[in-house]
Design a protein around this ligand. Structure first.
Ligand code: HEC
Ligand code: HEC
Length: 326
């Protein structure tokens, strides 16, 4: 590692070399041209050295000390034994907990609680076991810029090896304790198969869990930090079943997907989630789930509605519920 004094020395030599040029403004002979050329190379080399010196001296700040780096590279040698305590000690407490704690839950995220992090609280889960790429905790670290990059750009940033630690922890199951086994998540299509085979059994809680919680309520719910009253009032309040069917601006029309604002927004216009802001459109399986829920009258609670009349839809092979008033 190049020290700060080496950086200063490098800077000083660049300065000296530059002032040499100034004192000899018009070198004419071949020899002096070659000299000029080699000084240029020297300067270039010094600039490169000094910029890397600058970079590595930066990595040696209080939050990412070199002893941490050693411990982390040891841990990364057996990534299957990583557990939540490691992530908490080396990353979360240092870089995240000032904003995402029990009390001050920025963006509704509390990283200091394992269950909230992995299983999700009122809103979404941040770490998906065995899938770092699909986990907001990892995505937010590797996003190059923008509001969703974490920690916010005006805060101390993580080093590569710390990001690698987070990735390795999630990809090895995002375990709470190293001897614990987190079940491998099923593929979404497998997980939802039971609903696709019995679409009339999809009720609000299913849609809330799979669709709204992880993809929408960050912006469209009263629980959310992000919720701008305007969005709630004028577009879509997805806080709960009642707000979805509020009488001023219902965003779902039971039984008719193409007239339901939320379906139009995610599937037809594809304006939601807002791709322009770096969000991803919904997975096709989730759109299908939403559609089947609406088609089956967007019921609130299967337990309450069990007796309902079901028929086969002539236009599709699915069994559908006849909605009231149709
Ligand atoms: C200085 C306060 C602050 C710190 C420190 C901070 N965050 Fe955030 N975090 C926020 C704010 C504010 C938002 C909401 C950003 C937005 O969408 O505008 C946010 C949002 C998020 C999100 C959701 C992003 C999304 O795509 O919806 C995640 C995940 C997150 N933070 C994780 C972290 C992690 C992990 C750390 C530590 C490595 C961290 N944050 C450090 C303030 C902070
Ligand atoms: C990052 C914040 C954010 C997320 C995430 C988000 N929305 Fe939106 N949504 C907005 C904003 C802001 C508006 C109002 C401005 C506009 O229409 O673009 C809006 C408008 C809407 C509207 C009314 C306008 C229209 O297009 O009909 C619907 C319906 C909607 N969103 C549904 C959803 C659904 C469903 C999801 C989840 C699958 C979702 N949104 C995810 C921010 C968000």
């Amino acid at each position: 590692m190049i020290s700060r004094s080496a950086f200063r020395a490098a800077f000083a030599s660049v300065y000296v070399a530059m002032s040499m040029f100034k004192s000899k403004p018009k070198p004419k002979s071949m020899l002096s041209q070659t000299r000029q050329y080699s000084s240029c190379l020297a300067i270039l080399a010094l600039v490169i050295m000094s910029s890397s010196a600058c970079h590595s001296s930066h990595s040696n700040d209080d939050t990412g000390s070199s002893s941490d780096q050693q411990k982390i590279s040891q841990l990364l040698e057996s990534p299957e034994s990583l557990d939540y305590t490691h992530i908490k000690t080396f990353v979360l407490e240092k870089y995240c907990s000032s904003c995402h704690n029990e009390k001050d839950r920025k963006d509704n995220i509390n990283v200091m609680n394992y269950d909230a992090l992995v299983k999700g609280g009122v809103t979404r889960s941040i770490a998906v076991p065995y899938n770092a790429n699909a986990s907001l905790i990892y995505q937010s670290l590797i996003l190059p810029t923008g509001r969703r990059h974490m920690p916010p750009l005006d805060q101390p940033q993580l080093q590569k090896y710390q990001i690698e630690l987070v990735r390795a922890w999630v990809d090895n199951g995002a375990k709470e304790k190293s001897d614990m086994v987190t079940p491998t998540p099923l593929k979404l299509s497998e997980e939802l198969r039971v609903y696709f085979e019995n679409p009339e059994s999809i009720d609000y809680s299913v849609v809330q869990e799979y669709v709204f919680k992880n993809n929408c309520t960050k912006c469209h719910s009263e629980h959310s930090e992000q919720a701008e009253t305007e969005v709630l009032a004028n577009s879509a309040n997805l806080t709960n079943y009642k707000t979805i069917f509020n009488r001023f601006n219902p965003v779902v029309v039971k039984g008719v997907e193409e007239e339901s604002k939320i379906f139009k927004a995610v599937a037809i216009r594809q304006s939601m989630p807002p791709v322009k802001e770096g969000y991803e459109l919904l997975d096709g399986n989730l759109i299908k789930l939403l559609r089947l829920w609406i088609l089956n009258c967007a019921i609130e609670d299967l337990e309450v509605i069990k007796e309902d009349r079901l028929e086969y839809d002539p236009n599709s092979p699915e069994k559908v519920r006849l909605c009231e008033g149709q």
